[in-house]
Design a protein around this ligand. Structure first.
Ligand SMILES: [Zn+2]
Length: 257
């Protein structure tokens, strides 16, 4: 199969905390909306290795050369050439209750996670979506090993092929975060999905340094109490490449209520 590269303009909406990668040292799942208003997953994005002029933020438009991924069967997945990434705009503002962001994101909202799962099970598609939980019950914070495994470390310590390797080795977040919620399907039996949003990983790192052992109070206030009571919280969800029927939360969309 010949790789056909095309230029795409993408509004970035999702960036997950990086994970070690044998081929790319570390990668982050990056997704957004293309110029036809469809979901697109970009892979690999070795975000911390990009030169500063290519380090996009969420809700920025980027231009990049992409080709349909051969190795990843998910229809929304495209291989990106990181050297071609160009930032095309400043982030869409949050003024007027996130009006500019809602205009782009909410038209893609699915009816429910139960429906997304049923559609995917029947058609292998979609593997990305946005859902609004009917109610969020809780955020679970579970301890995990603070250390990378030997093979993860080997990946992280490969010689860098990229121009600007980060100074700091990727930090393992020693906790796993997951939300329990009911979706908007009348027959929903509740879902518990792990959440790999980069913003949450970063918040943990910042608040652990600022508040020490008390980091969890601040974390819960922001990602549990506020997400449930103050924000009109939606979840960006996606399937795992190696486990096509497993869904995780890859980002939060949280305009004020
Ligand atoms: Zn459901």
């Amino acid at each position: 199969m010949i790789e056909r590269w095309v230029k795409k303009k993408v509004l970035i909406t999702v960036r997950t905390y990086p994970t070690p990668s044998r081929q790319q040292i570390e990668v982050s799942c990056t997704a957004g909306i293309d110029d036809e208003g469809k979901w697109i997953r970009l892979f690999p994005v070795p975000y911390r290795f990009l030169t500063p002029d290519k380090r996009f933020s969420k809700y920025q438009y980027i231009g990049t050369d992409v080709t349909k991924s051969i190795s990843d069967p998910r229809l929304e997945s495209y291989k990106v050439n990181p050297d071609t990434i160009m930032i095309l705009s400043s982030p869409l503002p949050t003024t007027n209750n996130w009006e500019a962001r809602k205009e782009k994101v909410l038209p893609l909202k699915a009816k429910s996670l139960c429906e997304l799962q049923a559609l995917r099970n029947a058609n292998q598609f979609p593997t990305l979506g946005l859902v609004k939980p009917k109610n969020i019950m809780s955020l679970e914070i579970k301890s995990e090993s603070p250390d990378w495994t030997e093979s993860e470390l080997t990946s992280l310590r490969q010689y860098s092929m990229f121009g600007s390797a980060p100074h700091n080795e990727l930090e393992k977040i020693p906790f796993a975060f997951s939300y329990t919620f009911r979706c908007d399907d009348p027959n929903c039996h509740t879902h518990k999905l792990s959440c790999t949003d980069w913003e949450m990983g970063q918040s943990y790192r910042i608040w652990r340094n600022r508040y020490g052992d008390k980091w969890e109070d601040k974390f819960r206030e922001t990602y549990e109490t506020k997400m449930i009571f103050d924000r009109d919280t939606h979840f960006y969800v996606g399937t795992l490449r190696g486990h096509p029927d497993a869904w995780i939360i890859i980002g939060l969309f949280y305009p004020p209520k």
